[in-house]
Ligand binder design. Structure first.
Ligand code: HEM
Length: 472
């Protein structure tokens, strides 16, 4: 498929348009955030691309990210309607893809209070500890042998999130993980039809629609099963500890809400939690370990800190609060390997950004990786240097626009405390209980850090390492 993009005629006045940026095929071939950063360095931090039928503005600097996420937050608080979000996310009846409005506000509030508040996240510490201990046991049984780290951490993260969200590790875990990653791919990946929404037949011809419908069916069976089990449990008196599904079912049955909750809403929200949490947190862990394997001095320094602070054979969450270098390693991992393009926004009305008129219904892509590697904000921007955060007040909480792994504004990720809680605890345990070698005698400098083209925040080649159990 080879399609040349031409300057669209009769567009309202807007930011400088790229006359011909090549073709969609070319964008598909490279890792999109890298292609877009190269284009931004040539054409500027605000670019107007006509991608098929979709008017798209790409933002590539911290200053302009602030204009979108802070100055004009409400204007850019909407999400696009995509074929993937319609099929896979129950017609966008979740939170992440829901249009901005009263339904989104209500459901986000329920999830924030009932699952993702700091207090709630603290209450899951026993789940985190148990599942991280299980991960450790699995690794101990492989001591001296090569393991694919991704498999181990995805299972641990998925088990933590499943237990907090649906109350138990999922019976059908491997199918669920497969489907979740497939959905993530469908949402992120290049898809010609999403640039030509009025040409629905493109999806039919390419076979994508049939594939997604099949995936959706598989997923729906798992989610229905989870709901049914909770309904049964509730009619038998329920459990002492409510999980998110119990909470949503209770609210659905008893509360007089502005927007009544349907079964599809509940399923869409479970899906958000599973997808939002599993892939992002496990990818961050894999990249952090890859950077540490690539940089043995940093590995040594962070291991020394963790082993000095942790006492006894376990790591308490209070110990982690004192592991400042570990936190810097995680921040640096977010800077270089966080979600490179934020979930797209859509403008709800005409708006002026940086002196340019952006018409209503324009899709906005924020290249957070370009912000995180902006040479005006960061020295040696492409190198992994955790020490850069030593005397810095920069956080990833959405108010420092040069570091946006969780986005910003009212659509900022509501799962920051939950995600970071898992990452910090798991990484501290991996570093405390094990020494690590690369498999097949690979040298650190030979480790390939290329990103996968489709899920570009995953390493292209899954990290293979050899854990060596350390007696503490
Ligand atoms: C390392 C971990 C994580 C990263 C890097 C991450 C990143 C992000 C990003 C970049 C966004 C889009 C924000 C924007 O549009 O400005 C987002 C949204 C979201 N995330 Fe996360 N996330 C993580 C963990 C989690 C967890 C653990 C959950 C829930 C259990 C979660 C649930 C969500 C939801 C529901 C949204 C949609 C928010 C909305 O549209 O209102 N995330 N996340």
């Amino acid at each position: 498929l080879f399609l040349t993009l031409k300057t669209p005629k009769n567009l309202p006045p807007g930011p400088p348009r790229l006359p011909i940026i090549g073709n969609i095929h070319q964008l598909k071939g490279g890792v999109p955030h890298r292609v877009l950063r190269t284009l931004a360095r040539k054409y500027g931090p605000i670019m107007y691309l006509q991608l098929g039928q979709i008017r798209t503005v790409v933002i590539s600097s911290p200053r302009l990210a602030q204009e979108i996420l802070k100055t004009n937050d409400v204007v850019f608080a909407d999400r696009p309607t995509t074929i993937a979000s319609q099929i896979l996310f129950y017609k966008a009846q979740d939170i992440a893809w829901a249009p901005y409005g009263s339904y989104w506000r209500q459901m986000r509030k329920i999830c924030t209070l009932e699952l993702l508040s700091a207090k709630r996240v603290r209450s899951y510490s026993f789940i985190r500890d148990e599942e991280i201990r299980n991960m450790r046991t699995r690794l101990e049984s492989s001591t001296g042998k090569a393991v694919v780290l991704r498999d181990v951490v995805v299972q641990m993260v998925n088990d933590v999130i499943c237990r907090a969200t649906v109350g138990d590790v999922c019976k059908d875990r491997s199918t669920l993980i497969d489907v979740l990653f497939d959905i993530m791919r469908a949402v992120i990946a290049f898809n010609m039809a999403s640039y030509y929404p009025s040409l629905g037949f493109v999806n039919v011809v390419s076979g994508k629609k049939a594939k997604w419908l099949k995936r959706q069916k598989q997923l729906d069976v798992i989610l229905e099963d989870i709901l049914e089990e909770h309904r049964r449990n509730r009619s038998n008196g329920g459990n002492d500890q409510e999980d998110l599904v119990d909470v949503l079912l209770r609210i659905k049955e008893n509360c007089d809400l502005d927007q009544p909750i349907t079964n599809d809403n509940v399923k869409g929200i479970i899906l958000d939690m599973l997808i939002g949490g599993t892939s992002t947190s496990s990818m961050t862990l894999e990249w952090a370990m890859a950077e540490l394997m690539k940089n043995p001095k940093i590995m040594k320094k962070v291991q020394a800190e963790v082993r000095r602070i942790a006492s006894g054979n376990t790591i308490a969450e209070t110990d982690i609060q004192n592991m400042h270098y570990l936190k810097m390693v995680i921040k640096e991992t977010f800077r270089l390997h966080g979600p490179p393009l934020l979930v797209p926004r859509v403008s709800r009305e005409d708006c002026v950004v940086d002196g340019y008129n952006i018409p209503v219904k324009t899709r906005i892509i924020i290249n957070s990786w370009a912000c995180g590697t902006d040479p005006d904000s960061w020295e040696n921007a492409d190198s992994f240097i955790p020490e850069r955060f030593e005397n810095s007040s920069i956080t990833y909480l959405g108010s420092d626009y040069e570091l946006l792994p969780f986005g910003g504004g009212r659509r900022i990720c509501p799962g920051i405390a939950f995600g970071v809680g898992i990452i910090e605890n798991a990484l501290a345990n991996l570093l405390f209980h094990f020494d690590w070698e690369l498999s097949n005698g690979l040298k650190p400098e030979e480790l390939d850090m290329t990103e996968a083209t489709v899920l570009s925040n995953l390493p292209k080649h899954p990290l293979e390492v050899v854990p060596i159990t350390v007696s503490c």
